[in-house]
Write a protein that binds this ligand. Sequence first.
Ligand code: NAD
Ligand code: UGA
Length: 466
Amino acid sequence: MKKINKICCIGAGYVGGPTMSVIAYKCPGIEVTVVDINEKRIDAWNDKNLDNLPVYEPGLKEIVAETRGKNLFFSTQIDKAIDEADMIFISVNTPTKTYGKGKGQAADLKYIELCARNIAKVAKTDKIVVEKSTLPVRTAQAIKNILDNTGNHVNFEILSNPEFLAEGTAINDLLYADRILIGGDDTPSGTEAKDALAAIYGHWLPDNKILKTNIWSSELSKLVANAFLAQRISSINSISALCEKTDANVQEVSKAIGLDSRIGPKFLNASVGFGGSCFQKDILNLVYIAKTYGLNEVSDYWEQVILINDYQKRRFANNIVSSLYNTVSGKKIVFYGWAFKKDTNDTRESAAIYVADALLDEQAEIVVYDPKVSEERIYADLDYLNTRTEEENRKLVTVVKEPVEATKEAHAIAVLTEWDEFKKYDWETIYKNMLKPAFVFDGRRILDKEKLDTLGFNYYRIGEGA
Ligand code: NAD
Ligand code: UGA
């Protein structure tokens, strides 16, 4: 079996950084170099102060502290790392296209193609190239074409090894993965490459967790896994709307259905809507792929998952406006949370952004508190929407570091992220701080309803009648 001594990972983001840190940690005999074109990001990965790492994940800084400078390196010297590596992971971003054919649905593969061309240009020895990014089914074909037609006639073996970690629990998910998926050719060299990658994960995971498939099944399974997970959230969120009309309680419904072992209890938490960099992007990609094969019923089916998610965010914002007597103009609304889920500083596609946008359209004054998201990020998220000018965003939105103080003279609080600390606040003081009636809109169902009702709040939470 081919022995891997050096790994290069292109892309030092939310996947490349944590994944390679864990590989380096578990495989001290392998030298792992993570490279990126973004110098600022690499500098942050190399920062002496581990609190400045560009990705916040519980447990990550401890692993980086253990491995960085020993067998884990972060660098902008991409060509050197490619040249020296036996195995190259491509872990760059694959966002939804914002232009041209497939705009708004297809995955933009320009960064993947750039990586493939770079590998082809630099490689002078045989390489195993691993797709770690989430890609449309049959992308390996395109990568292989580029490598074989523009390379230096060395042998490239392409594997698909999608990542299933969730942010906020990335380290745990990597250390105790439900499964590792490795797709590749069934030729002798393909099998050898799959075995070499399996051996890396074999340092800490048992054989029965490592699943080998053909490359197309592996690429497609990643999109399907995300689509199924998101589908559960949209399903329960659609039911949350019905619960609010009928006085059923969505949590009781989740529990009742989740106890059926065929359904299971996970991913049935009704919320203000799912966010994150991948669910929407990957489902849109699935929708696009199905459409390109003429499978319109299939694409319509999965598109509903996105439509319900948009509806849920809109519904939450509309409910705030209608509860506040049909106007939020000039009213101070405090946002607890901006990240798309707890325990991450990532805000990509966070529901908070869209709820804020809808309320800003109604001229609300928004004050945001999030324990891990920077002011700069919050403004960048709003500016990116292009709904209003940068000046207007800064005039209408304030970012604060003091969550209780922020509630002075506020009309309402909206809970957008399920950070644990929100539950522990002094809600009595918050009640005193606020204008009356004091409204709380809990988009995550994390607060103690009985307590808030007793304190006098008008407390609304997703999936329950008032
Ligand atoms: P990210 O944006 O955090 O990181 C990608 C990095 O790649 C960036 O730092 C960017 O500068 C770098 N990059 C882009 N082009 C490059 C090039 N040509 N050379 C060198 N560096 C380059 O993205 P991410 O969240 O880490 O996601 C990466 C991939 O993994 C995506 O396909 C995503 O769908 C998939 N994925 C993400 C998650 C997640 O939780 N974020 C989980 C599973 C899979
Ligand atoms: C998700 C998948 O869980 C990972 O397996 C996958 O690797 C990753 O996408 C990816 O491909 O990027 P992630 O988006 O990081 O991970 O986080 P999740 O825990 O899945 O949460 C996604 C969103 O759904 C969050 O906004 C979360 O608050 C929301 N959610 C989750 C709910 O609203 N209800 C739930 O029951 C669960």
